[in-house]
Design a protein around this ligand. Structure first.
Ligand code: PEP
Ligand code: MG
Length: 328
């Protein structure tokens, strides 16, 4: 099968009905970038910048960050990379930042993490903004903020970038050719403010790992709960469908960057409720491209609409049967 996927590397993922699906990959380290050419992904839909922080015993200095981001952009060539600003805290604790916290958190996943931490540790975000802007001089920079819960948090983060941009401009430094800002939708509250945040964004990426944890109130790191809820539940799929419908008509690229998109039946469900871009683990790129080429979106979305209106007892089994009948 690996050989079959290698053949698909240069094949563009068009559905049977002729729609181009974006299949991007998730990455976090320099070494991950070799998978871009190997998998034939369209780009990096989520670069988790916190990995550099997690593997380091001290705070990575700005120059080190710049070097990493530049290397990543060099490795990507013409393909886009979406850099997510650090998502530390929660399940991704770093001792050199945690040590400064005054108290232990009872619920770190819902705590002082990601953009919340970046905005309060302003120096951290400033350094990262400068590193990203410098690394992308003369190219396109795609920046995405994690755990945006209310639109003002996006504004506050973007302001930090604007200040750094002005600083570089004043010093006649070469700036990025274009800067595109996006948000992750992984906190359910943001879905209720979609109309308020969309005009600010170039792209929106749904983080189904955290979103599911918050929708079901089920800790994503607790093994006792790992099998309890299904990504193919009507609640999750209806929620995701409403987001996709809310984005229609806005010039905002919508994607899913959670693990869900890399799984066969889950990817089918996402395509069936309106998603056209997935960012997934590199090993899933080949299998998902193959899947895309076998489907007819009209037929798939018809089936999904029926199931979401009147859910079968076992959504997973229904989708599996539907796929098997079509040799998918
Ligand atoms: C997510 O929450 O779905 C996501 C992609 O981000 P992470 O897994 O890094 O929290
Ligand atoms: Mg997340």
């Amino acid at each position: 099968r690996q050989a079959a996927y290698a053949e698909l590397r240069d094949v563009e993922p068009f559905t049977r009905c002729g729609t181009r699906i974006g299949v991007m990959m998730n990455a976090g380290l320099r070494d991950d970038m070799s998978a871009l050419a190997m998998s034939g992904a369209d780009g990096v839909g989520l670069f988790r910048t916190e990995f550099q922080f997690l593997v380091s015993s001290t705070l990575p200095q700005r120059e080190r960050q710049t070097r990493l981001y530049r290397d990543v952009l060099d490795a990507a060539g013409d393909k886009p990379v979406i850099f997510r600003t650090v998502d530390i805290g929660g399940d991704k604790a770093v001792p050199y930042i945690e040590a400064s916290m005054s108290e232990r958190e009872e619920n770190p996943a819902m705590g002082w993490r990601a953009l919340r931490l970046s905005l309060e540790r302003g120096g951290l975000l400033k350094a990262q903004a400068r590193a990203l802007l410098e690394a992308a001089s003369g190219r396109t920079l795609n920046v995405m903020f994690p755990m945006v819960s209310e639109p003002w948090e996006f504004d506050a983060a973007k302001e930090v970038f604007d200040e750094q941009l002005a600083w570089l401009r004043d010093r006649r430094k070469r700036l990025p050719e274009e800067i595109r800002y996006g948000a992750m939708l992984e906190v359910p509250a943001l879905a209720e403010a979609l109309d308020l945040i969309l005009p600010k964004l170039s792209f929106l990426s749904v983080g189904t790992n955290d979103l599911t944890q918050f929708l079901f109130a089920a800790d994503r790191a607790n093994p006792k709960l790992a099998e309890r809820y299904d990504w193919l539940s009507p609640s999750i799929l209806r929620f995701l469908q409403r987001i996709a419908q809310g984005v229609v008509g806005h010039p905002v690229d919508l994607s899913v960057c959670g693990e869900m998109g890399g799984r066969r039946l889950e990817a089918l469900a996402l395509l069936g409720i309106g998603y056209r871009r997935l960012s997934i683990t590199p090993a899933s790129v080949g299998p998902i491209k193959e899947l895309v080429r076998k489907i007819d979106l009209g037929e798939l979305s018809g089936a999904m609409q029926g199931w979401l209106a009147s859910p079968p007892l076992d959504m997973r089994a229904a989708l599996q049967d539907w796929a098997s009948e079509r040799d998918i």
